[in-house]
Design a protein around this ligand. Structure first.
Ligand code: GAR
Length: 210
C-alpha cells in the first residue's frame, strides 16, 4: 500500500517522536511512514530514538547556520532528497518563516501543549506554556494538533484534547500529564488523518489524469 512519506522535525527529548514511532509499529499510523528525522540541535536525545528505530537522521543546526534562509535551505534540501510529503513538528523549537511555510500548505502539522488559542504564539513553548497556565489559574488545559501557517500556532486546528489541572501541580507535573494524556495520543492520530488525505488526493489526481 502506498504511504505518505513523513519527516519529523525535533529539537529535544523526542517523546512525541517516540509516540509516533510506537504508533507506526502498532498500526495506528498505517497511511504514512516516518522516513526522516531532522533535528535543529545536534545534542537532541530525539536523535538516539530515531537511530534506535533505524530512521535516517539529519542535523541542521540553527546555531551553525549563518541565516534563517540557510537554516531553512538545509531543511528543504533534506526533505527533497527523501521525497517527503508531510512534515510533523514534534517539539521543534524554531519558528519557520512565512516563505518556507507557504511552500507546504496543509503539509506541516505541529503539536502544541495547550488548548489553542490559550497560551500559544510567540514565546510560548515547552515548560513556559505550563508555567503560564498555572500562573493564570486555569482548571483545564490540554494539547492541540494544528496545521502550520504563517501565524505562530495560528493554523487550522485538527485535534484537541483537554486535561485537568490539579491544585498543587508544578509545571513539570502538568507537562507530564498533558503529554501522557493528550499529546502522545493526538499527534499519531492527526498524522494518520493527514497521511490518509494525502494518499487519497494522490489517488484522485491519478484518476483525473487517466
Ligand atoms: C512537547 O510538550 C511539545 O508539545 C512542545 O515541546 C515539548 C517537546 O517534547 N512543543 C511546543 O511547545 C511547541 N510550541 P518532546 O521533545 O519530548 O516531544
Amino acid at each position: 500500500m502506498l504511504k505518505a512519506r513523513i519527516a519529523v522535525l525535533v529539537s529535544g527529548g523526542g517523546t512525541n517522536l517516540q509516540a509516533l514511532i510506537d504508533a507506526q509499529r502498532a498500526g495506528i499510523i498505517g497511511s504514512g511512514e516516518i522516513c526522516l528525522v531532522i533535528s535543529s540541535n545536534p545534542g537532541a536525545y530525539a536523535l538516539e530514538r530515531s537511530k534506535g528505530a533505524g530512521i535516517p537522521t539529519v542535523v541542521v543546526s540553527k546555531r551553525d547556520s549563518s541565516s534563517q534562509e540557510e537554516f531553512e535551505k538545509g531543511i528543504q534540501d533534506a526533505l527533497t532528497e527523501q521525497g517527503i510529503q508531510l512534515i510533523i513538528l514534534a517539539g521543534f523549537m524554531s519558528i519557520l518563516s512565512a516563505d518556507f511555510v507557504a511552500k507546504w500548505p496543509k503539509r506541516i502539522i505541529n503539536v502544541h501543549p495547550s488548548l489553542i488559542p490559550s497560551f500559544c504564539g510567540s514565546g510560548f513553548y515547552g515548560l513556559r506554556v505550563h508555567e503560564a497556565a498555572l500562573a493564570k489559574g486555569v482548571k483545564v488545559t490540554g494539547a492541540t494538533v494544528h496545521f502550520v501557517n504563517e501565524v505562530p500556532d495560528g493554523g487550522e486546528i485538527i485535534l484537541q484534547k483537554s486535561v485537568p489541572v490539579y491544585k498543587n501541580d508544578t509545571p513539570e507535573a502538568l507537562q507530564k500529564r498533558v503529554m501522557e494524556r493528550a499529546e502522545w495520543k493526538l499527534l499519531p492520530r492527526a498524522a494518520e488523518i493527514v497521511s490518509k488525505s494525502i494518499i487519497r488526493e494522490g489517488e484522485d489526481y491519478g484518476k483525473g489524469n487517466s
